[in-house]
Design a protein around this ligand. Structure first.
Ligand SMILES: [Zn+2]
Length: 341
């Protein structure tokens, strides 16, 4: 009963708050809103992609962008933040649409939708992964674990045992749990886990359609008025690294990006949102103007430039209990009234 009641109460509360105006975007013209996407995929690829929490369908994405374009002043993150810091307060508040991880689907499926609605986006790329068309560790682990869970349950159980976990029924939830646990390992242990899971799954399990954006795609994105920023070199969790490795991930990624794009790179985006004082200082020292975290919520005036918070956007959290995409649910999620996760 409670399980049925909760979504109903949640939906009704969302509707009510929206109707009386409390969660409407124009209630917060003083705020800087930043939303996060990773993957934007057509249906067949979405079904193959193992980490549902960081993927939306092209159809969902289109619905989101239409809402953003109608209710916000959408600009690149660098431009929106600069205008907002200068005191500009448009009736429709500032919002930046950001993409982490530099995946090819961004150029193929997200950019055309943004341009249809006449709004720019900001794309944060792991630079070495772009250069080598590498698969990021969480995708390598996700694809391999999903293949194992579907084909060889015993081998999957052994992988999970290494992490002190057991297989629960649902493949998607189990893969997500494996990736979350792997984040807590030291880099060398995590690399070993990724390698052994891939070996057990019969090699790199990334499908042929998947991959990173290349330099030509990134230069084209910049030429069309979007922003490209750094998401480190290799998407390591930065607080775990020594000073030299940290400098490589932060300063070197900016140098290589600027050399290949022929423009200034102002924004850094912490992989997995992980940063501490030392990481923050390294980002400042490398000459970045601002940095994005995964801390959640809209930004109020006076917020730190190097710890800008965002709202990650998913289809599931914007749908009603009946599965319909809902403006009031999305507005609730973007508003400061939504309880923090
Ligand atoms: Zn990332």
């Amino acid at each position: 009963m409670l399980k049925l009641l909760r979504p109903t109460v949640r939906d009704l509360t969302g509707d009510l708050l929206y109707k009386v105006g409390l969660t409407r975007p124009d209630r917060g013209p003083h705020r800087l809103n930043v939303v996060t996407f990773h993957r934007v995929l057509p249906p067949a690829q979405l079904r193959e992609y193992p980490l549902a929490a960081i993927a939306v369908s092209v159809e969902e994405f289109t619905w989101f962008v239409e809402y953003f374009a109608a209710h916000f002043t959408v600009d690149t993150f660098a431009n929106a933040a600069r205008r907002w810091e200068a005191g500009e307060r448009p009736a429709r508040p500032f919002l930046a649409i950001t993409f982490d991880d530099g995946q090819r689907d961004n150029a193929l499926h997200a950019v055309p939708v943004l341009e249809r609605f006449g709004v720019p986006g900001s794309f944060f790329v792991p630079v070495q992964a772009v250069q080598e068309n590498d698969t990021l560790w969480h995708d390598r682990l996700g694809y391999a674990a999903a293949r194992l869970l579907q084909s060889d349950r015993d081998a999957a159980s052994r992988v999970l045992a290494q992490l002190g976990a057991s297989t629960s029924g649902d493949v998607a939830a189990t893969v997500q749990a494996i990736v979350e646990r792997a984040k807590r390992l030291a880099p060398a242990q995590r690399d070993a886990l990724v390698a052994s899971t891939e070996r057990a799954a019969g090699g790199n399990a990334r499908p042929a359609w998947d991959g990173m954006m290349n330099w030509d795609q990134l230069r084209e994105i910049v030429a069309r008025g979007h922003e490209v920023g750094s998401h480190s070199m290799t998407h390591q969790l930065l607080p775990q690294l020594d000073d030299e490795a940290l400098r490589y991930e932060i300063a070197e990624s900016r140098r290589v990006l600027e050399a290949n794009l022929g423009c200034k790179v102002e924004t850094f985006c912490y992989p997995n949102g992980d940063a501490d004082e030392r990481v923050l200082q390294a980002v400042k020292d490398a000459g970045y103007v601002r940095a994005l975290s995964t801390r959640w919520g809209p930004n109020e005036p006076g917020a730190s430039r190097y710890d800008v918070s965002r709202c990650d956007i998913q289809g599931a959290t914007s749908r009603t209990r009946n599965g319909v995409l809902s403006e009031s649910r999305l507005a609730f999620r973007l508003s400061p009234l939504q309880p923090r996760p």
